[in-house]
Design a protein around this ligand. Structure first.
Ligand code: PAF
Length: 277
């Protein structure tokens, strides 16, 4: 595995590679990332991962400074799966002030976009830059960040980027908590409580499968259940699975998306409910 930190060196290394599969990350790797890297091998003869904590996608009061930077440990974890790691500095990615951004559709201002203004603009801009730098045939992203994956699919489709986007299933801890680099912010009591987010979505799914279609009530009950246990809820929302638009009753192909804070940690989760008929 080769560790590269400049765009020029990376381009030189990758020129001539016929099929590159790419896993962009912000590092602090967990089994969810490693699972994507393992899958990547099925899509390309050269697997590239990037590690870059992207300042553009963090708000001024967010955790950019605290975000765990663990490059050595990350390299150790992925060395058997990845051929090239691209770990640029902020200056390498943004040698001049970034004044060109991707303008996103309205969905990017809803859900996580409402709680984190500008987050998806910064995310989409860096993803576009990374795709242009690496030029992969396939890029893989986790479904835990469901809205992010949706926006990346739109970016690629609407800007005609020649890359196939693959969404990897969410990897979970034994108790069901979705793996996330931010889980390590949780103190012990919060860690045991954290699984309640997934349990809340599972309970909604059960009600849905038993025929409940009053989505406003289902959402409200879930928010209440979380609030009662001390969570601060950003949203719990039942959306159409393909376009993430709000659904009215009688739709069967949905995803339930949630983001809520436990102490200082913001957790995301979702659950897909495909047409069961
Ligand atoms: O999901 C992430 O880790 C980041 O948002 C991404 C896609 C690597 C862009 O910085």
């Amino acid at each position: 595995m080769q560790l590269i930190s400049t765009v020029a060196e990376l381009r030189a290394r990758l020129s001539g590679e016929a099929s590159i599969a790419f896993v962009p990350t912000m590092g602090n790797l967990h089994e969810g990332h490693l699972d994507l890297m393992r899958q990547a091998r099925e899509y390309g003869s050269c697997v590239v991962a990037s590690i870059f904590v992207n300042p553009l996608q963090f708000g001024p009061a967010e955790d950019f400074d605290q975000y765990p930077r663990t490059l050595d440990a990350d390299c150790e974890k992925m060395k058997a799966m990845v051929d090239v790691v691209f770990a640029p500095s902020v200056n390498e990615m943004y040698p001049q002030q970034q004044t060109v951004f991707v303008e996103l559709p309205p969905i990017a201002s809803e859900l996580c976009g409402a709680a984190r203004p500008g987050h998806f603009r910064g995310m989409a801009t860096v993803v576009l830059k990374l795709l242009n730098i690496v030029q992969p045939k396939t890029a893989l992203f986790g479904k835990k960040d469901y809205q992010q994956l949706h926006i990346i699919r739109q970016l690629v489709a609407q800007l005609n980027l020649p890359v196939n986007i693959v969404g990897g299933e969410t990897v979970r801890a034994q108790d069901g908590l979705a793996l996330s680099s931010r889980n390590q912010y949780l103190i012990d009591t919060e860690r045991s409580e954290a699984v309640f987010l997934q349990q809340t979505l599972q309970a909604m799914r059960q009600k849905f499968l038993l025929g409940s279609r009053d989505f406003a009530v289902l959402q409200q009950q879930a928010v209440q259940a979380l609030n009662d246990r001390g969570w601060i809820v950003d949203y719990v929302s039942i959306r159409n699975r393909t376009d993430l638009k709000k659904v009215v009753c009688n739709q069967d192909d949905v995803v339930i998306l949630a983001a809520a804070r436990l102490g200082k940690t913001r957790l995301l989760d979702n659950i897909e409910i495909c047409n069961q008929a």
